[in-house]
Design a protein around this ligand. Structure first.
Ligand SMILES: NC(=O)C1=CN([C@@H]2O[C@H](COP(=O)(O)OP(=O)(O)OC[C@H]3O[C@@H](n4cnc5c(N)ncnc54)[C@H](OP(=O)(O)O)[C@@H]3O)[C@@H](O)[C@H]2O)C=CC1
Ligand SMILES: Nc1nc(=O)c2c([nH]1)NC[C@@H]1CN(c3ccc(C(=O)N[C@@H](CCC(=O)O)C(=O)O)cc3)C=[N+]21
Length: 287
């Protein structure tokens, strides 16, 4: 393998250490730990795993966390009521509503009901709008924000580079493109209607794949010396977890690449905790 492995697990551990330090300072100054609430609706098995990971990691940094589990048939107004209670709870600094929600629940209505100052996912309209407008005071979506840190730790400055983001979701692709643009990359966003994905990827100095299709991005497409970030989480029938990039072949050409698992996933959780302690401090400062 020619590429450097970008060790998301190790970098996430470093971020959690920084968060633990901020948690200690917050506790000393305010007599309580920052609080994170996770709302989970129904029984999506993947969500159960991720939420457990988030709760465990938050405890390790000294934060207080609680999980609110609603039944599979919960209505939009029941989920809204849970969000409203957490908005009003002074001990809660961060609220995360785990996605996807069951189909009868209106996702955007729920996300927009979260107090923007407690929206540690960065999915609220206000935080999305602040990112679009280049304002620095909004909450940044955890996955793209974590990827910017991974690039920095790998020694990649996006300024002037050609970045190709594959995927245009509100939670990964679009905010990723905006953060890369903010860092002065020349950004192309690809999606399912892109005419020639291979050709777009072949030009890229930075590739971020956020598609959700196992190994769709072929190793042979990767430009020599590119930085490759694989967001995809695809569980094969064998039980094996693979990304959106054909890892072994891409690693022959890339300068650096993230593995799945152990790349972007652990970083997403670490950035959630980082956003929560930052939200706790910002809320106190705003009082
Ligand atoms: N590691 C982590 O922390 C996280 C991982 N994920 C994972 O990342 C992946 C993407 O997640 P998310 O953004 O929520 O997914 P979405 O399903 O919301 O978006 C997928 C995007 O991929 C595009 N796409 C689909 N097929 C193709 C194709 N053949 N060629 C090019 N583009 C294509 C879609 O295009 P179009 O818009 O045209 O439909 C869409 O924009 C998933 O595997 C998810 O599990 C997600 C969040 C966090
Ligand atoms: N409101 C909300 N916010 C999210 O941030 C959010 C969400 N909903 N819904 C689902 C996606 C997905 N997501 C992941 C987080 C961590 C790993 C992770 O830690 N993955 C491990 C592997 C875990 C395993 O083995 O299954 C790894 O990559 O090493 C993966 C995926 C956050 N998401």
């Amino acid at each position: 393998m020619a590429a450097e492995l970008i060790d998301g697990k190790a970098i996430a551990a470093k971020v959690r250490g920084e968060v633990a330090e901020k948690v200690r300072a917050f506790q000393a100054a305010h007599g309580r730990a920052p609080g994170l609430a996770v709302v989970r609706v129904g029984h999506d098995p993947a969500s159960e795993v991720y939420v457990r990971g988030k709760i465990k990691a938050s405890g390790e940094t000294g934060m207080v966390s609680e999980e609110h589990h609603l039944p599979e048939d919960a209505s939009t107004s029941e989920v809204l009521a849970a969000v409203e209670r957490l908005n009003a709870d002074p001990k809660i600094d961060g609220i995360l509503v785990q996605l996807p929600l069951p189909k009868q629940v209106d996702e955007q209505t729920v996300l927009d009901a979260i107090a923007p100052a407690k929206d540690v996912d960065g999915f609220h309209l206000i935080n999305a709008g602040k990112l679009l407008s280049g304002r620095k005071d909004g909450v940044r979506a955890c996955t793209p924000f974590g990827i910017m840190r991974l690039l920095r730790e790998a020694g990649c400055d996006p300024a002037g580079k050609r970045a190709v983001v594959i995927g245009r979701s509100n939670i990964v692709g679009k905010p990723m493109a905006l953060l890369l643009l903010e860092a002065n990359a020349t950004v192309t966003v690809c999606h399912s209607r892109t005419r020639d994905l291979a050709e777009e990827v072949a030009r890229a100095d930075i590739v971020v794949a956020a598609i959700g299709r196992p190994e769709l991005v072929r190793g042979a497409w990767i430009r020599e010396g590119a930085y490759v970030i694989d967001v995809g989480m695809n569980r094969l029938e064998s039980g094996k977890l693979v990304g959106d990039v054909e890892f072994a072949a891409a690693a022959q050409r890339a300068a650096a690449i993230t593995p799945v698992p152990g790349g972007v996933g652990p970083m997403t959780i670490a950035m959630l905790l980082s956003n929560t302690v930052d939200a706790a401090n910002a809320r106190i400062a705003a009082k």
